[in-house]
Write a protein that binds this ligand. Structure first.
Ligand code: AMP
Ligand code: MG
Length: 353
């Protein structure tokens, strides 16, 4: 299959050129095809979420296990009523503040949603993204677009159109290139069928932000526990995920001690002929002696770290490194989402110094 790749200028979304690209994307989606498009979190791989055959194509293109449900993306509250039932008052309050935005909520599904979209579950995950290009594509495609991250299953999520192309060119109908994504890690997932509501995956909308609106909110134990111990409530979170091809190890502890330990381990691997990558920060970059050293950003700003995470993992893949050593990062704000993804990418391989 030939994949159409179209660049779109988000500053000129109303131009004739942009309108034609969105129209084309909408036609493909309405016919049951696959279109990747940017959202504020990561690039999504869209299909008509109410068309079981279309949703199934997503699983085939990504190599995604069929029990890993898809999030349906909408652009208005009226659409929510068609796909979800028993919407609690707290959800309406949360939606009032964080929709559109990087938050997914889980509800009981209506009959309009095929089991092929929900991985056989009676619940449905719903998000209203803020990105203007995403909203335009969703509207053009009929308003109910199932869209998981547009990567091959298991690989780091795409934050640039180039990443989507690397993984999915030839397997999907179209890529809408809207430039790099703003946030860089996937949405927070909040299960509204639980009482109190439960975070199944951390993201840019934090527990504190949600508790301010909805009272107590729990966090699924599997968010931080190694996968063998806890079975996550979000089926997708049980798979090895977000992972580079190299073996990734996180080293956690006081800054100087971490640098010393990384230098020692890097030296050992280097002596055996391996290629090493190191993920440091602006504050620590000068401390590392061997290997390809990259700064993920400053320790002062978790949002920058979130934004760089997947890109750095993919860069190390391109450079064919065998081992990646990474610092652990601050967990304030979106930092807990960063550490959740990094731990999964490392298969929970952490050395505490
Ligand atoms: P992705 O779209 O690739 O970021 O993955 C979507 C995530 O949402 C996966 O971890 C899914 O398991 C999770 N998810 C989607 N629908 C549901 C649902 N109904 N219940 C629990 N988790 C869900
Ligand atoms: Mg994903």
């Amino acid at each position: 299959m030939r994949t159409i790749i179209e660049k779109i200028d988000r500053a000129q979304l109303n131009s004739e050129e942009s309108t034609n690209i969105i129209k084309k994307a909408g036609e493909i989606l309405k016919k049951g095809g696959l279109v990747a498009f940017p959202t504020e979190t990561v690039y999504g791989l869209g299909a008509d979420g109410l068309n079981e055959n279309a949703a199934k194509k997503i699983y085939a293109a990504k190599g995604r296990p069929s029990d890993n449900p898809l999030i349906i993306h909408i652009t208005d509250m009226a659409a929510l009523g068609r796909i979800a039932k028993k919407i609690p008052e707290a959800a309406v309050r949360i939606a009032g503040k964080y929709w559109p935005g990087p938050l997914t909520m889980i509800f009981e599904k209506t009959d309009a949603v095929p089991y092929g979209t929900t991985g056989g579950l009676d619940t449905v995950a719903v998000r209203m993204p803020e990105d203007d290009i995403a909203a335009a594509v969703i509207r053009a495609g009929g308003g109910y677009i199932a869209a998981p991250s547009a990567n091959t299953s298991g690989r780091p999520s795409p934050t640039k159109a180039r990443h989507v192309k690397e993984d999915l060119e030839g397997r999907i109908d179209m890529i809408v290139d809207g430039g790099p994504t703003e946030i860089g890690v996937e949405s927070t997932i909040l299960d509204m069928t639980a009482d109190p509501p439960m975070i199944l995956r951390p993201g840019a909308v934090t527990r504190e932000m949600l508790e301010e609106l909805a009272g107590p909110v729990c966090v699924d134990k599997a968010v931080i526990a190694p996968e063998s111990k806890e079975r996550p409530k979000a089926p997708g979170m049980k798979y090895r995920h977000y992972a580079p091809r190299a073996e990734l190890c996180i080293i956690e502890g006081e800054m100087e001690a971490v640098a010393d330990a990384v230098n020692r381990m890097a030296e050992e691997k280097f002596a055996c002929g391996y290629k090493i990558g190191i993920i440091g920060t602006d504050e620590t970059l000068g401390k590392y002696k061997k290997g390809i050293v990259k700064s993920i950003g400053t320790r002062e700003d978790e949002a920058v770290i979130a934004n760089r995470l997947y890109g750095i993992l993919r860069e190390f893949d391109e450079e064919n490194v065998d081992y990646i050593f990474s610092e652990a990062f601050p967990t304030g704000g979106i930092g807990s989402a960063v550490m959740n993804r990094l731990l999964k990418a490392a298969g929970h391989h952490v050395i505490y110094i």
